[in-house]
Design a protein around this ligand. Structure first.
Ligand code: NAD
Length: 371
């Protein structure tokens, strides 16, 4: 018998290339807002001017810093209150959305998000802020944007390398959702369709960065990825990357892109049915009786090769000396529900393989007795 409790976050999505200005104006009117604060980093300003071209903003804010330092959030909150802001419109990547969430967290002002990367923060109720070089995250429905306005025209300017790392970060949301603590048949379905859309879309974007059909497919895949992640929670992959990013300061998206196939190789043998469906989603419609775990890992390896994705943690600045501390921290954070029990031995094997860029292979890091 299958039993689960699934929560779907309530949010309006308006999707359409070249339609952001009319969609943002329609939402401002629907929400009855009269004092709009537009949040966009300096680089994102031209996109924000386009998206808000049919409204008259009361305040522009361009102080956006990655991981949202608390003092930046405090300044933006004070400005919003001083100007009696009643709606936040954020136009930009995950850092810009993150600042809007920090303001909403304490003021309750609603957000309309216009994302320009594949980070997916716009579809989650997770906020993050940094103080004294420590990042704190939390969950609060106040920070979930009431509306997301997707305009794939804004992703045209994302360079291929940034598209690939941001897109593989989204794919990590999907794959980790398959076995995350609150995984269920609904968020697994979102994750598998998100994987399909991201794999197909990213291959198209890499072949031709101006291919708008591919850009749109990647963008809606990134939304499905974030929805599945928000619902299923953080799995082993995200726990490992959180340790590598937080303790060893490795770059966010490249670390996700590198570690993902090793976690898949680690878990896939224990979830053959999901591995089979993932292999199909990643472009292997006929696995020809092949072991499903091997088919899924090979499909991901092929995709990463096509996209020119990073392959070794050594290239991200990680070294073998860091492995014992990383293993200790990962073991404290690893979800008990992970399909393969994490041990000192198998996480050491996984991190060693990822450090060196050894070809990810199922069984590489499964417990010794299962080999
Ligand atoms: P980012 O927002 O820092 O953007 C990266 C760079 O790309 C910036 O320099 C930005 O100006 C530029 N950029 C943005 N859009 C562009 C475009 N269309 N064309 C060219 N350049 C563009 O990075 P990100 O990866 O989007 O977001 C990362 C942040 O989001 C991290 O802090 C991460 O923790 C957070 N995040 C949060 C959640 C959540 O649920 N809370 C989910 C995913 C990511």
């Amino acid at each position: 018998m299958t039993t689960f409790e699934h929560i779907t976050l309530g949010q309006r999505v308006l999707f359409g290339a070249g339609r952001s200005a009319q969609n943002v104006a329609a939402e401002v009117s629907r929400l009855g807002a009269s004092r709009v604060m537009v949040i966009a980093a300096e680089f994102e300003r031209p996109m924000a001017e386009t998206a808000t071209g049919q409204i008259g903003p009361a305040l522009w804010w361009d102080e956006v810093i990655m991981h949202v330092p608390v003092e930046v959030a405090e300044r933006a909150r004070a400005a919003a209150e001083e100007e009696s802001i009643d709606l936040l419109v954020c136009v930009g990547g995950g850092s810009t959305t993150g600042l809007a969430k920090a303001i909403a967290l304490t003021t309750g002002i609603p957000i309309v998000a216009v994302p320009t990367t594949y980070a997916g923060s716009e579809a989650t109720n997770v906020w993050g802020m940094t103080e004294d070089r420590t990042k704190t995250t939390g969950i609060d429905d106040k920070v979930l944007p009431v509306t997301v306005v997707y305009d794939a025209e804004f992703t045209r300017s994302l360079p291929v390398e940034l598209s690939v790392s941001s897109g593989l970060n989204a794919l990590a949301h999907c794959i980790d959702s398959l076995w995350a603590p609150r995984a269920d048949p609904i968020n697994q379905a979102l994750a598998l369709e998100g994987s399909r859309a991201l794999a197909a879309g990213l291959a198209g974007v890499t072949a031709d960065p101006q291919d708008m059909t591919a850009r749109e497919e990647t963008l809606h895949g990134a939304y499905l990825a974030a929805m599945s992640f928000a619902s299923a929670g953080s799995g082993l992959h995200h726990k490992i990357c959180h340790v590598l990013g937080g303790t060893f300061n490795l770059p966010h998206a490249q670390t996700h892109a590198t570690v993902l196939p090793y976690v898949l190789a680690f878990n896939a043998p224990a979830v053959p049915e999901l591995a089979q469906r993932l292999a199909i989603a990643l472009g292997r419609p006929d696995t020809g009786g092949q072991d499903p775990a091997r088919a899924a890992v090979e499909a991901l390896n092929t995709l990463r090769h096509t996209l020119g994705a990073p392959t070794a943690l050594a290239d991200c600045g990680f070294t073998a000396e860091g492995i014992p501390e990383a293993v200790e921290r990962v073991l404290k954070a690893a979800p008990a529900s992970n399909p393969v029990t994490a041990t000192e031995e198998n996480i050491t094997d996984l991190l060693t393989a990822a450090l060196e860029g050894t070809t990810p292979t199922p069984g590489l890091a499964v417990p010794a007795q299962s080999r």
